[in-house]
Design a binder for this molecule. Structure first.
Ligand SMILES: [Zn+2]
Length: 308
């Protein structure tokens, strides 16, 4: 419904409607979002709980809700052109959504809790099988979320090894991505426009490189990123302007041009806002877009993470 609202807001430009959908988004992202991007803390009514009520073991976080969260943030990106919606989308994609299916693709989670004493396990199927079928429908659509276009602009939103054919006005641009992302942050693009032309390539600078892995202030890194990211074109440092979370490279592009991006990926501690009582005295580990899971592992921290 929120995706539909965002589309109606975008198509009509109705300011009251845009205000309503933006307010709902802030309510979710500022108060009701798990670090994994999961939403819907309460199983009883498959819905949101009160602000900051984000229990870990009883977290509902239905796989379908994660997919819905991706749809919604995609529509809000199309409405506003701001990368913060993709910061949510990517965090959900690599964590709260993908946890809904096993690596073999044959077992599924309905709820996606953040803590377990071993009582949770993926199932082959469910009597109400919305989640497995939703995963089957969603995964093949992922390529459609990678790029977007605006006037004389290509937005690069997700980093996935791939070849794409993009219609940009009357021009056609082939864009090849070479990367092992999300395992490292090195990405190379071969840009091949049918006709040499001036346009922007807007490279999304992920929030996980900044002070917080998600917008909204619920989660902050307790450890800094030590290195800065770099973007170069044909081996030379690119002249970029950062706007709405995108590093924008404006130039005349021709066949053979190459963009090299290097996002440093350190393992970083994440702390929740103290208002999230379930996360007091707890920290999460994130590297790049991936929130890590430990299996019975005790991590000894020599220094309190809040003291870093
Ligand atoms: Zn479901």
């Amino acid at each position: 419904m929120y995706s539909g609202m965002a589309d109606v807001a975008a198509l009509t430009g109705d300011k009251a409607y845009i205000h309503a959908i933006d307010t709902i988004w802030h309510d979710v992202v500022d108060h009701k979002l798990y670090l994994t991007g999961g939403i819907g803390a309460e199983g009883g009514h498959e819905g949101f709980g009160p602000d900051y009520s984000l229990p870990n073991m009883s977290a509902y976080n239905e796989t379908c809700a994660s997919i819905g969260n991706i749809y919604w943030n995609y529509r809000l990106f199309l409405l506003h052109g701001d990368s913060k919606y993709y910061d949510v989308l990517e965090q959900v994609l690599y964590n709260g959504m993908i946890s809904g299916v096993s690596a073999k693709g044959d077992r599924f989670f309905y709820p996606n809790p953040l803590e377990s004493m071993g009582q949770h396990a993926r199932s082959e199927w469910f009597g109400c099988a919305c989640c497995p079928s939703n995963v089957c429908r969603f995964i093949p659509s992922v390529p459609g979320y990678m790029y977007a276009t605006g006037k004389d602009r290509i937005y690069v939103n997700l980093y996935i090894q791939s070849n794409a054919d993009i219609n940009l006005g009357k021009n056609k641009v082939k864009l090849a991505q070479h990367t092992a992302y999300p395992w490292n942050g090195k990405i190379e693009f071969d840009v091949d426009p049918a006709k040499a032309a001036t346009f922007d390539v807007a490279v999304r600078v992920p929030a996980w490189l900044s002070d917080a892995p998600l917008p909204g202030g619920l989660y902050n890194y307790a450890t800094p990123e030590k290195k800065a990211y770099t973007i170069s074109v044909n081996g030379k440092k690119a002249d970029v302007k950062v706007e709405n979370g995108y590093a924008i490279i404006k130039r005349s592009w021709k066949k053979g041009d190459k963009i090299s991006v290097d996002f440093p990926m350190d393992v970083r501690y994440v702390k929740a806002d103290d208002k999230v009582k379930a996360d007091l005295n707890k920290a999460a580990l994130q590297r790049g877009p991936i929130v890590y899971c430990s299996n019975g592992l005790t991590i000894t921290i020599s220094k309190c993470v809040t003291c870093y």
